[in-house]
Every structure is written in structure tokens, then in C-alpha cells.
Design a protein around this ligand. Structure first.
Ligand SMILES: *Cc1c(COP(=O)(O)O)cnc(C)c1O
Length: 458
């Protein structure tokens, strides 16, 4: 029988994460005064051991045994050759994917939720707060907190809380406390409700509530946790790419193209950064982050300094940004509706080391359905964006008659997002492409901030 799954044992799990800050130059984050912030300024929000990781330039960082032990519930994740998809496409390309859908919450997000919960626990923290949109991050953090006996409080954007109840149930099953945002429990929430009693909420409001609740705990035993964008999140996700490199080596392959969908950038970075290191060291490999045309951060936005949240509480980060006031069209890939992009991913894009692509919503679902009808598994709406790019590249390989090796990240399954598939099948989903008018708005939002430098790492 032909080999489909390339597996590693627990003993073959990577013992260190790869830290890309050792290999690239970065603009520093800036405080409200326009000067680089000191790491201490983040201490009320994050525990010091994670802040140290955030700013570390050590190339390899040891993964604690307690973290490996929890990750081993589902890791190493299989690398799968998508033979049926290849056949349906009639392509000479060999297509492989890392299946990150096998974690308990069904996505790559626990790869960072678990170490974040662990480092908070070690630091003496008793409770974590966070925000969530459609609920992937909230459920991942609730799962991780349950593994380490931490309390977990999730502020979930009101409209998702009402319309997408099932990840709320996941959080409850893992003992997390999920409330609709805006809530009456914080000043930030009450202020919004006073003005807009029926507010549907937003990620920006939910972030403000989660930070307020963490910083406001006078016992000092609560911290806040973020599921993407930051350096330490990208670091934790690199276990995906490090495993993939071992798996590729086992079968004597090496990818010509590495692909991941990009919202805040973490699942893309997780698969891609170890290959970026190879590329920096002279290997030939093409690396594509894929985003929706409705929220085209890397492909349409300027490289700028901007806040990570819509209220403007966070430091200014050097990143491609549609402006922190940008409200993307209501596409169903909730995880890809973020206005910014991880500063590390952004830096690589400025240097041309990675080449961003954008795909439309309908192309994404079309590719997702092809995956479901060939490989059997139903991808998350976010993952469908990576798949649309994979299908494009496989078709190109066919036209050129080239045996390309394509590796992509299957970031999560879509079993809790079936409402979106129903809408696709009934023809209710639309394509959105950013208008010139919207583009003018984000230029205006960013106009008064300092500009990051264009740095060359080599
Ligand atoms: C959250 C999420 C994403 C997008 O987030 P990144 O930080 O860009 O990875 C992609 N896929 C799935 C399944 C998600 O849950």
C-alpha cells in the first residue's frame, strides 16, 4: 500500500523551539511617547518568564518536559500525503499537509495555549483572561488552563456568543468561564453598553475587557494571554515546522513550496519559520502566507507602526496594518479578520523572504469542499484559504509539467463551522475585495504614527 501518513513517535518530538529573532533584524515596539518600550512595562499584563521569551534572541529555546507531556496528547501531528487530492487535480505535484486539527480543540492554537498556561502557572499566576472571536482561541486556552489547574475567563464577542454557541460549550466542558462582550463586568464593557445597549461587540472591545480584568486584579495573580501576533506565540508554534522537517527527511523529500493561511500569522509562522531558517542558510524554497482579499493585510496594507487592538491600549508594533480602526467584511473565516500581522512575519515580507498571496472567500470554500470530497476531512474556513493557494500551485505544476513538492498547514477542522458551509452551499456567501475608499481610510488611520525602518537582515 502507498504511504499516506508520515508519523513520528513521542521520542522524536522536537525538544526545542526555533526563535527567528536570532536570525532577523526587527524594529522595536514603541510606547505612547514614541520611544522603544522596556520589557518591564509589560509586567502587569504578562508573566516575566513569557516577557523574557518575547524579547529573547536565543536561536533555540528548550521546551519544558511538562509542556511536552501535555502536547503529547496529540503531538507529534501526522504529516499526510494528500494522494486523493493530487489525483483529483491530476497534478504531478506531491502535496503534503501537517494535520493540526487533531488537538482536543481542533486547531493549532493549543500549541501556544499550553506553554502559556504552563509559564503562568510556574510564575505563580492563578487565572488567565483573554478575548475570543469565533471561539477557537478561547477554547484552546480553556483546554490548556484545565491541564494546569488555572482559572480561565474568556470575553467572547457578543455576536459570536449568540450565533456560534458550540465553542462556548467546549469552554464550559473544560471548566472555562465565557462571558459575552461587551459585559457589565468591566468599565470598558459598561462604557460601551451605556452608549450602545445592543452592541454586537468586537475583538477590540473584548481585548480591552480582558486586559482590564487581568490588570485590575489587586492580588497580582491574574494575567492576560494572546493567541497570535506576538513573538513568543510564533516561537511556540514552530514545533509544527520542526516536526515537518523531520517527517520530510524520513521520506527523502524537501518542499519546493510551503503554504499557510495567515490571520495574525501564527499557524503560518509555525510551519514556515524553520524553513525560513533553511532559506536564510541558502536552501531554495518558496514560502507563501495566504490571506483573504477581504482583509488583505500583507498584500494591500502599508508596513507601519500601529496598535494591536482597536482601542489603542497596546504598544505600537511594526507590522503591515489595515489600521486599528479597520472593520473587515463579515467573511466566515473569523480567525483571518485581524487588521494587523505578526511583526516577525511582516519583517520577512518586507525583505521578500516570504511572498504573500490573497484569495477570495468563494475560491477558498471551493478548495475546502474539494479537500472534503477527496481527503475526507473538512477544513476550517481559515484553512480553506491555504487550500485555495495549494490548488493554484498544483494546477501550475500541472501546466508546467513539474513534480513540485507542496507542503501546507492544515490549521484546523471545520466541524464547528458548518453553518458557514451551509451558507456556501445555499449560495449566500459572497466575495469581498477591499475598495479604494477603504484603503484611503486605513492610510488616514496610520498617518500620524512613526514609520518603521526598512531593515535588511543579511
Ligand atoms: C485562529 C485560526 C487561524 C488564524 O490565526 P493565525 O494566528 O494566523 O494562525 C487559522 N486557522 C485556524 C483553524 C484558526 O483557528
Amino acid at each position: 500500500m502507498d504511504v499516506r501518513k508520515i508519523l513520528l513517535t513521542e521520542d522524536e518530538m522536537p525538544r526545542q523551539w526555533y526563535n527567528i529573532l536570532a536570525d532577523i533584524k526587527m524594529n522595536p515596539p514603541l510606547g505612547p511617547d514614541g520611544k522603544p518600550i522596556s520589557p518591564d512595562a509589560l509586567a502587569p499584563v504578562f508573566p516575566m518568564n513569557l516577557i523574557e521569551q518575547e524579547v529573547s534572541s536565543e536561536r533555540w529555546i528548550t521546551i519544558p518536559d511538562e509542556v511536552l507531556n501535555v502536547l503529547s496528547i496529540w503531538r507529534p501531528s501526522p504529516m499526510v500525503r494528500a494522494r486523493s487530492l493530487e489525483k483529483a487535480l491530476g497534478t504531478p505535484a506531491r502535496i503534503y499537509f501537517k494535520n493540526e486539527a487533531l488537538s482536543p480543540p481542533g486547531s493549532h492554537k493549543p500549541n501556544t495555549a499550553v506553554p502559556q498556561a504552563y509559564y503562568n502557572k510556574v510564575f505563580g499566576i492563578k487565572k488567565l483572561t483573554t478575548e475570543t472571536g469565533a471561539g477557537q482561541w478561547g477554547s484552546a486556552l480553556a483546554f490548556a488552563c484545565s491541564q494546569f489547574g488555572l482559572e480561565c475567563k474568556v470575553f467572547m464577542v457578543r455576536i459570536s456568543f449568540d450565533q456560534k454557541p458550540y465553542r462556548k460549550s467546549l469552554m464550559a466542558a473544560w471548566g472555562g468561564n465565557c462571558v459575552a462582550s461587551p459585559s457589565r463586568e468591566t468599565k470598558a464593557g459598561r462604557d460601551v453598553l451605556e452608549q450602545f445597549p445592543n452592541s454586537p461587540g468586537s475583538l477590540g472591545i473584548a481585548i480591552s475587557e480582558a486586559i482590564e480584568e487581568a490588570v485590575g486584579d489587586t492580588s497580582g495573580q491574574t494575567r492576560y494571554s494572546l493567541g497570535s501576533v506576538l513573538n513568543h506565540v510564533m516561537l511556540h508554534q514552530t514545533i509544527i515546522g520542526l516536526e515537518a522537517q523531520k517527517q520530510m527527511k524520513k521520506i527523502g523529500e524537501y518542499p519546493d513550496i510551503v503554504i499557510g493561511c495567515a490571520g495574525g500569522g501564527s499557524n503560518f509562522a509555525g510551519l514556515a519559520f524553520p524553513f525560513v531558517l533553511d532559506k536564510i542558510n541558502g536552501k531554495k524554497v518558496e514560502i507563501y502566507p495566504v490571506e483573504p482579499t477581504a482583509c488583505p493585510t500583507l498584500t494591500r496594507a502599508p508596513f507601519a507602526y500601529d496598535h494591536g487592538d482597536s482601542a489603542g491600549y497596546t504598544p505600537l508594533l511594526p507590522m503591515y496594518s489595515l489600521g486599528h480602526t479597520f472593520v473587515p467584511a463579515p467573511i466566515h473565516a473569523g480567525g483571518l479578520r485581524y487588521h494587523g500581522m505578526a511583526p516577525t512575519v511582516s519583517q520577512l515580507a518586507t525583505e521578500g523572504i516570504i511572498e504573500p498571496k490573497a484569495v477570495t472567500q468563494l475560491a477558498a470554500y471551493q478548495a475546502g469542499v474539494l479537500m472534503a470530497r477527496t481527503e475526507g476531512i473538512i477544513p476550517a474556513p481559515e484553512t480553506n484559504h491555504a487550500l485555495a493557494c495549494v490548488v493554484d500551485e498544483a494546477r501550475k505544476a500541472k501546466e508546467e509539467g513539474k513534480e513540485k513538492v507542496i507542503l501546507f498547514n492544515f490549521s484546523g477542522h471545520g466541524l464547528i463551522d458548518l453553518v458557514a458551509y451551509d451558507k456556501y452551499f445555499s449560495g449566500e456567501l459572497k466575495d469581498y475585495v477591499l475598495s479604494q475608499e477603504e484603503e484611503d481610510k486605513f492610510e488616514a488611520c496610520l498617518k500620524n504614527y512613526p514609520k518603521p525602518q526598512l531593515l535588511k537582515s543579511r
